[in-house]
Design a protein around this ligand. Structure first.
Ligand code: NAD
Length: 358
């Protein structure tokens, strides 16, 4: 089996962590008879410097010609003074749009060895924290009509939230399919007591649920969901929600796991195509120091193997190797609590050794 992967290293620690993710994929590939061609392409600040634009057309074409995309992170102070449209971060929106990626998947789980890094109390964590947020990524208020106008109360700005049944149906199906492979529970989050879009959301999700009889569905208002996430996160398996609510809830869920350097994500489109990236940014404060934790990028590669390439054995091998690395007492700087730590490269190498041993 051979796959073509577009790698977008990006800026700051992006190239450092994606390199370790590539090595982890190669190590898992050797074990499971899978080979890869990695095509490294430019986006973000690196593309601005080299080509004068954050998302060159040939990058988009290379991504489209690949089986999946592995991305590091983009942005940094060097490009902060550029106007919004020309900033490196624009490349992410451009990639999502041109690749038709409408479903954002963010798992949040606590590794027992790192439980002390979570801001939650032990007795809450002991009940379990292993959830997946499925966020709609290309609709809603971030992409709705917007504008400015004069009102009786003065100058005003507005942004319109709009969702069609088609948009809700396809993201709901992603959530139900994910729940089928997990613990069989979907919690749909909306604000149906106030918003019409949420009432359509709730009705449509309830109808789609009939096609997934083995999955249990419940509905939470977003204010309650945000409270329940810190009160008892063990009640959640898959959380399905809109672009705006998902943006906020996924950051909350990331924080309660304790370390941003550990969290992977996926953005999926039609078929199995997807773009995989760590949740963290380009961390310019530690770029080039060897302090970047590569685990979020390595676990993103595991998601790529699982969801796009349908290689669960290779994905499990990477995830088990990360668990073993932590169990063996190794830590990167962000999770070392001031103690000894591995550099980015050493962590990658030790995880690869464990992939080969498992
Ligand atoms: P950040 O996630 O880059 O960093 C926040 C803090 O977490 C920093 O102290 C950083 O050192 C630390 N950190 C992040 N990842 C780490 C890792 N793997 N290992 C160890 N420590 C890690 O967020 P920020 O500082 O707000 O943003 C920096 C730049 O990244 C900005 O230009 C921002 O726009 C961009 N950004 C990009 C993405 C993306 O490409 N998806 C996401 C968020 C931010």
């Amino acid at each position: 089996m051979h796959y073509r992967i577009a790698v977008v290293p990006g800026d700051g620690i992006g190239p450092e962590v994606t390199e370790q993710a590539v090595r982890a994929m190669e190590a898992a590939g050797e074990k499971f008879g899978i080979s890869f061609t990695f095509n490294r392409v430019l986006a973000g600040g690196a593309a601005i410097d080299a080509r004068g634009e954050c998302l060159p057309e040939d990058t988009v074409e290379a991504c489209k010609a690949s089986d999946a995309v592995l991305l590091g992170a983009v942005g940094g102070p060097k490009w902060d003074a550029l106007p919004g449209e020309q900033r490196p971060e624009k490349a992410l929106l451009g990639l999502r749009k041109s690749l038709g990626l409408y479903a954002n998947l963010r798992p949040a789980a606590v590794f027992p060895e790192l439980a002390d890094a979570s801001p939650l109390k032990r007795e809450i964590l002991n009940q379990g924290l292993d959830l997946l947020i499925v966020r709609e990524l290309t609709g809603g208020i971030y992409f709705g009509e917007r504008g400015h106008k004069e009102t009786e109360m003065g100058y005003a700005a507005y942004d319109v939230e709009q969702y069609s049944t088609g948009e809700i149906e396809r993201i709901a199906r992603t959530a139900f399919q994910m729940a089928e492979k997990r613990r069989g529970r979907v919690t749909s989050v909306d604000k149906a007591n106030v918003l019409d879009t949420s009432r359509l959301w709730r009705k449509t999700v309830t109808e789609i649920a009939e096609d997934y009889p083995d999955v249990e569905l419940n509905h939470f208002y977003v204010d309650n969901a945000s409270m329940q996430l810190v009160r008892d996160p063990s009640q959640f398996d898959v959380i399905l929600t809109s672009n705006l609510f998902g943006d906020i809830l996924s950051d909350e869920a990331s924080q309660i796991t304790g370390s941003i350097g550990m969290l992977p994500s996926a953005s999926l489109g039609e078929g199995n195509f997807g773009m995989y990236e760590p949740v963290h940014g380009s961390a310019p404060d530690i770029a080039g120091t060897g302090k970047a934790n590569p685990i979020a990028a390595i676990l993103s590669a595991a998601m790529l193997l699982r969801f796009t390439l349908n290689q669960p054995g290779a994905a499990d091998a990477i995830e088990d190797a990360v668990k073993q690395f932590l169990k063996d007492g190794f830590r990167t700087c962000d999770i070392a609590g001031g103690g000894d730590f591995c550099t980015t490269e050493e962590a990658g190498r030790r995880i690869c050794e464990r992939i080969r041993e498992i």
